[in-house]
Design a protein around this ligand. Structure first.
Ligand SMILES: Cc1ncc(COP(=O)(O)O)c(C=O)c1O
Length: 382
């Protein structure tokens, strides 16, 4: 059996080991240590603006963002529907209620027309506005932040950017995750760079970042003994993981180019097949192409059959692929949550497949994957 080709696995750059060894030398095998502030500062420099707090996961960062946005019991939060559950679960951690907004097939990101129509209808009906908007840059596709910003200003929504998948993706030349008052990134093992798990909370206001750091450190008051005036969390990143993150940051630009080259390689090999349609890139920004995604077939039914046939054929050849995220409004855990839109993302889910996007893949690996996809697609399309 040939070696397994992964969807997106950790790809070390070389310096990570040196930084980790430094942590061992210093015996900073702890949730404190010099790599943490260094990683935060280097990350700030990489994204260009904002104050950063390194935390245990992207999910933890999202929880902090919602808490600091003042989201609490009974509040409503608008949320991208086509996403991983971590965008939505912190809304429930805060005792608030999600309203899921459909995706636009032209971008795969939130359908801004559906969003605006919902908000306008609420205004006409004299209903109160939701507290916040949780916006996802899906698979590294940058949202149109000018349009989103205008909607948030018009309706008084506090914006949180879930940039977990979009490090290195730009809107109008500027890093996603630097437009909203708060944003998050993830360093999960499958992300464009990884710490082996971890996340970054980003605030444009330094006081907000300081408050996040405080809450993430059990909300410990400034006293020699342990004193707590409010409830916090154990959400800080460890020094060891920050050491890995520092090494990874050094190769971020190379990883973005490698991801984009993989996407281009897929499109070159398969783009002429009539049964495959690659995820478009928005004209307003530059995607990081974290995962190369495509829709198969021509409609939900034929697309679903082809997507599963291709996925299983790849698996039989020891190649990992994955259906596009199952929309949140289709998840049993959110069965009661309201949904805004026509259900366009149900079709994206039925037809959508994430192809192996591992930056360690060679041209031969890409050929191997594309041969299976082409063979299966042509067989099924006959
Ligand atoms: C869109 C999105 N949001 C949030 C997260 C959560 O990040 P983490 O796994 O670091 O908690 C992820 C990835 O895992 C994600 O893809």
């Amino acid at each position: 059996m040939s070696d397994r080709i992964f969807l997106s696995s950790p790809h070390m750059g070389g310096s990570e080991r040196r930084y980790v060894e430094q942590a061992f030398t210093d015996n900073y095998i702890a949730p404190v240590g010099p790599h943490i502030p260094a990683f935060e500062q280097e990350f700030e420099a990489a994204i260009g603006r904002g104050h950063c707090v390194a935390v245990a996961s992207g999910t933890a960062a999202l929880h902090l963002a919602l808490r600091l946005a003042g989201v609490g019991p009974g509040d409503e939060v608008l949320c991208s529907d086509l996403t991983f559950i971590a965008s939505a679960s912190p809304i429930l951690y805060q005792g608030a209620r999600p309203i899921f907004v459909d995706a636009d097939p032209a971008t795969w990101n939130m359908d801004l027309e559906a969003l605006e129509a919902h908000l306008a209808a609420r205004r006409r009906a004299g209903r109160p506005m939701p507290r916040a908007l949780m916006l996802v840059h899906l698979y590294g596709q940058p949202c149109d932040m000018d349009a989103v910003g205008a909607i948030c200003a018009e309706y008084g929504l506090t914006l949180v950017e879930d940039a977990a998948e979009s490090l290195g993706a730009l809107h109008a030349g500027r890093q996603t995750g630097t437009f909203a008052p708060t944003a998050v990134f993830s360093f999960n093992g499958n992300k464009i760079i990884t710490c082996g798990g971890g996340g970054m909370f980003v605030a444009q206001d330094k006081d907000v970042a300081d408050k996040a750091r405080f809450l993430a450190t059990q909300a410990r008051d400034a006293a020699p003994h342990y004193q707590h005036s409010e409830l916090g969390y154990n959400y800080r990143m460890s020094n060891l993981l920050a050491a890995v993150g520092r090494g990874q940051l050094e190769v971020l630009a190379a990883r973005v180019e490698a991801k984009r080259a993989l996407f281009a390689g897929y499109r070159e090999r398969l783009g002429a097949e009539p049964w495959i349609e690659f995820m478009p890139e928005v004209p307003t920004g530059r995607a990081n192409r974290w995962l190369t995604c495509a829709q198969l077939g021509h409609d939900a039914e034929s697309g679903y059959r082809l997507r599963e046939a291709v996925r299983l054929a790849l698996e039989a050849e020891n190649i990992e692929s994955r259906p596009v995220w199952k929309p949140m409004h289709m998840q049993p855990v959110f069965a009661d949550a309201p949904f805004v839109g026509s259900g366009a993302d149900e079709t994206l889910f039925a037809r959508g497949l994430c192809l192996p996007s591992d930056t360690k893949m060679t041209e031969a690996d890409l050929d191997r994957v594309c041969d299976v996809v082409r063979r299966t697609g042509r067989e099924q399309a006959r």
